[in-house]
Ligand binder design. Structure first.
Ligand code: ZN
Length: 241
């Protein structure tokens, strides 16, 4: 090996061993949109980031009202992340269908001196912020799409609920807070109506599999069972209204 090559090789080794090569670059947080969405500078680009595996109550969707504890969740993320340098870690998919980055957000302990005890560490020097939102009761584990830490996040949610933390305080149930489908089911049962199709002589409970197949155009509703029978309809054999 000639001396020039030797020096080059030595410099190359030095570069490999320097910590900056091994540590991931940090992204400054420009803005917090809501509890689970932030805007960062990632590789020189302004990028919207949706946190993986956590869902906080809605505050900014104009189609929906501000949900219970949405403001608190949003304020927590603002307080902990605004102006900080975070490390993004990706899972299977780097982006969602809206083009947002999907990432776990890591925040160094040094930047979070005021961190509450409920926050979760992801290593000796960092917090896992996605996990911390769940653990502190600002959101629930979002399991609609698979992700590597799903079991851990579910566990954290169970602990937060058990400890009545944040939005779980006062024994709030998951169904009441997040499960809109469940809510619809309950109200349908409470209203106690029955449905039928204009093209059939049977009537059903609204959650019957046959009732689900009736198109809006053909749907008829009855407040009571008697009304349906008076209209000449017979009870469905499957849902037995
Ligand atoms: Zn039926």
């Amino acid at each position: 090996m000639n001396p020039k090559r030797y020096i080059f090789f030595f410099l190359f080794l030095l570069l490999l061993l320097s910590p900056s090569v091994f540590s991931f670059p940090l992204s400054p947080v420009f803005r917090v949109v809501d509890g689970d969405t932030i805007v960062v500078n990632y590789q020189g680009q302004k990028e919207k980031v949706r946190l993986i595996g956590v869902d906080t109550p809605e505050t900014v969707d104009p189609r929906r009202p501000v949900q219970y504890f949405g403001k608190e969740a949003s304020n927590f993320t603002k307080r902990m992340l605004t102006g900080k340098q975070v490390r993004l870690e990706f899972d299977q998919n780097k982006r969602d269908k809206y083009g947002r980055l999907l990432a776990y957000i890591h925040l160094s302990l040094a930047q979070a001196k005021d961190a509450p005890d409920c926050m979760v560490k992801s290593g000796p020097a960092e917090f896992d912020f996605d996990a911390s939102l769940i653990s502190c009761g600002y959101g629930h584990a979002y399991t609609r799409f698979p992700f590597a830490r799903m079991d851990k996040y579910r566990d954290l949610e169970r602990q937060a609920r058990f400890s009545n933390r944040g939005l779980w305080a006062g024994g709030n149930s998951y169904e009441k807070l997040f499960d809109k489908a469940g809510e619809k089911g309950i109200s349908a049962k409470q209203e106690g109506y029955f449905v039928a199709s204009r093209n059939s002589d049977k009537f059903h409970r609204p959650d019957c599999k046959w009732a689900m197949k009736i198109s809006d155009r053909n749907l008829i509703k009855f407040k009571t069972r008697e009304e349906a029978i008076k209209a000449g309809l017979k009870p469905c054999g499957v849902c037995r209204p």
